[in-house]
Write a new protein. Structure first.
Length: 312
């Protein structure tokens, strides 16, 4: 492991198999303003031990493919707020990025280190994670939940700036952080049928908008025409009894345990979903007299159960 020190740096875990390339990039980025202080790792395991102590993880896509789980998923399981930049070896490697669902990507060109470009990718990812913009959406908690869903979903903030797209969205529309052309405004999107250009040509979707909390909009595109991502037709957001009578609209808390409901309520009342956050997860965990990791586990399980009622 090689460490390049710097004053007031952005701290990065740089996970690469090519030590020479990694050291060249780390040395060059450390001299930039602001400096990027990179710690080099040749394997994923030791780098994961530093999640929480670094601002960003940069890793080769080849390492992500050979791991038991994609590196971004492993990082988010330890700290949902730590961004991951995946290093690709040319456009042929784009499928690896789609599957791994990184925060951003950097395309490595042989013979051209381009440290300034990698530094910009890192800084963009870190600034987004820190969300200095008061209008920025707090999407970190949603990402591990939406990443597991087979339906293409894009998350925007109140200004409809795309903050996150899940793997199914990337597989359908590509890596670009943008909504498909031709969608109606979010205010008019009430399970309407739309046609959008995808990587496999023009397809028909059922388009709906979900607002899980203030300032966050989930754009759900359920595939209608035949495709490898074909799913059931129209999502039904109501619950019914045996004779079809509507009992309730939207997700309910019945599936949550008392602890999960308590964690979710504490997060909501404690301003965890506000931007900026009124209280962080460690402070909320202290209110319930449990560890931060236990609190986040209860909170994410509660969110996953609620979102499964909406999207599945």
């Amino acid at each position: 492991m090689t460490h390049v020190a710097g004053a007031r740096p952005v701290r990065v875990a740089l996970v690469v198999t090519d030590a020479e390339w990694g050291h060249t990039m780390a040395s060059a980025m450390q001299s930039m303003e602001p400096p990027v202080d990179a710690t080099l790792f040749g394997e994923v395991g030791p780098a994961l031990q530093h999640v929480g102590a670094v601002d960003c993880v940069v890793a080769e896509s080849t390492l992500s493919r050979s791991a038991s789980r994609p590196i971004p998923a492993q990082v988010r399981a330890m700290d949902a707020d730590t961004p991951v930049v995946l290093v690709l070896d040319g456009a042929a490697d784009e499928s690896a990025a789609t599957d791994a669902d990184p925060t951003d990507v950097y395309v490595r060109v042989e013979g051209e280190p381009r440290p300034a470009r990698l530094a910009r990718r890192v800084m963009t990812a870190v600034r987004s994670a820190r969300a200095p913009d008061p209008d920025a959406a707090d999407t970190a908690g949603l990402q591990p939940l939406l990443a597991e869903l087979p339906t293409p979903i894009a998350v925007t903030d109140g200004a409809e700036t795309v903050r996150y797209t899940n793997p199914a969205y990337k597989a359908t529309f590509g890596l670009g952080q943008r909504l498909p052309a031709g969608l109606p405004s979010a205010a008019d999107a009430d399970q309407v049928t739309v046609e959008c250009d995808t990587l496999d040509g023009t397809r028909t979707f059922r388009y709906a908008v979900i607002r899980p909390f203030a300032g966050v909009i989930c754009h759900v595109l359920r595939v209608q025409s035949a495709s490898p991502l074909q799913h059931s037709a129209t999502p039904d957001f109501t619950s019914r009894d045996g004779d079809g009578s509507v009992l309730a609209s939207g997700p309910t808390l019945d599936a949550l345990t008392d602890r999960q409901r308590e964690a979710l309520q504490t997060a909501y009342e404690g301003g965890f979903f506000d931007r900026p956050k009124a209280h962080n997860s460690e402070e909320l965990a202290a209110r319930l007299d449990i560890t931060r990791s236990t609190y986040l586990q209860h909170l994410r399980t509660a969110q996953r159960k609620l979102f499964s009622q909406v999207f599945e």
